[in-house]
Design a protein around this ligand. Structure first.
Ligand code: PAF
Length: 281
């Protein structure tokens, strides 16, 4: 497995693969990889002949008061995980390689980005769409793999690919959880011992929501009220949002039905965590 830092090096390698008729899978990440990312790489290895992983903490998707500087980084451990999982190439550009001084082109989205995380992170999805678009142009993959943990991001990327006629198949992959239920996230490392325990309120509430839906609750208001009351039993938790929306449009859903995304963001101390489930048929 090779680690490269330049756009040119990625392009040369991918061109060579494509000329040999090999399919290319792509897993974009911000590094500090865990089993959630690993499941994406595994899936890409299963479905594609060659796999590229990008590791780039994208400044454009962080707000001024967010955790860009403290975002955890560990290239050596990331490279090991990529190699062991079967990736063929890691793209690890520096900020200057991705954004030159004169950079002034952006990919923005009017719909899908106003609710959920878009409410408190108004510039986030513009940063995500712009960097993912750039990465897609650099890697030119046949398939790209995204986790359902960031469900709004998955919906936004699917829509961008559809609206802009990108010839890339987007594959959504299930949430990977710790043994006790907490959804895997690079940001879990911010939690101290007490907060780590308190953070379980997210997954517990997700499981409660799934149980209520299974038991036949159809009214979104009722479901969200019960989930909210459950989160409020945890003194360290502060709710950012608990919402039910259409997975396609990210507009509020009044009724629970197939393809409704039930999502939450909750602060545990200073750490903002997200979790969700999508209602099945
Ligand atoms: O999900 C992430 O880690 C990032 O938002 C992504 C897709 C790599 C873009 O920077």
């Amino acid at each position: 497995m090779e680690i490269v830092n330049t756009v040119k090096a990625v392009r040369n390698q991918v061109k060579e693969w494509k000329m040999s008729g090999l399919s290319v899978g792509f897993v974009p990440t911000m590094g500090f990889l865990h089993e959630g990312h690993q499941s994406l790489i595994q899936r890409a290895v299963e479905e594609c002949d060659r796999v590229v992983v990008s590791i780039f903490v994208n400044p454009m998707q962080f707000g001024p008061a967010e955790d860009l500087d403290s975002y955890p980084r560990d290239l050596a451990a990331d490279a090991k995980l990529c190699e062991e999982t079967g990736a063929n190439l890691v793209f690890h550009p520096d900020v200057e390689e991705m954004y030159t001084d004169s950079f002034c082109s952006f990919v923005d989205m009017n719909g899908l980005t106003k609710e959920l995380c878009g409410k408190t992170r108004p510039i986030h999805f513009r940063g995500v769409c712009t960097v993912v678009n750039k990465l897609f142009n650099i890697v030119t993959p046949d398939k790209a793999f995204f986790g359902q943990k960031d469900a709004q991001q998955l919906a936004v990327i699917r829509r961008m690919v559809k609206d802009l006629n990108m010839d890339i198949q987007i594959v959504g992959c299930p949430i990977v959880r710790e043994a006790d239920g907490l959804a895997k996230s690079s940001r879990n490392t911010y939690l101290n011992e007490k907060e780590r325990k308190a953070a379980l309120i997210l997954s517990k509430t997700i499981f409660l929501g799934q149980k209520l839906v299974k038991a036949g609750v159809k009214d979104a208001g009722e479901l969200l009220r019960k989930m909210t009351v459950n989160i409020e039993t945890e003194p360290l938790a502060k709710i950012d949002y608990v919402q039910a929306v259409s997975m396609e449009t990210i507009e509020n859903a009044a009724q629970i039905g197939p393809d409704v995304l039930v999502a939450m963001a909750v602060y545990i101390g200073k750490t903002r965590l997200i979790d969700n489930f999508i209602v099945e048929e």
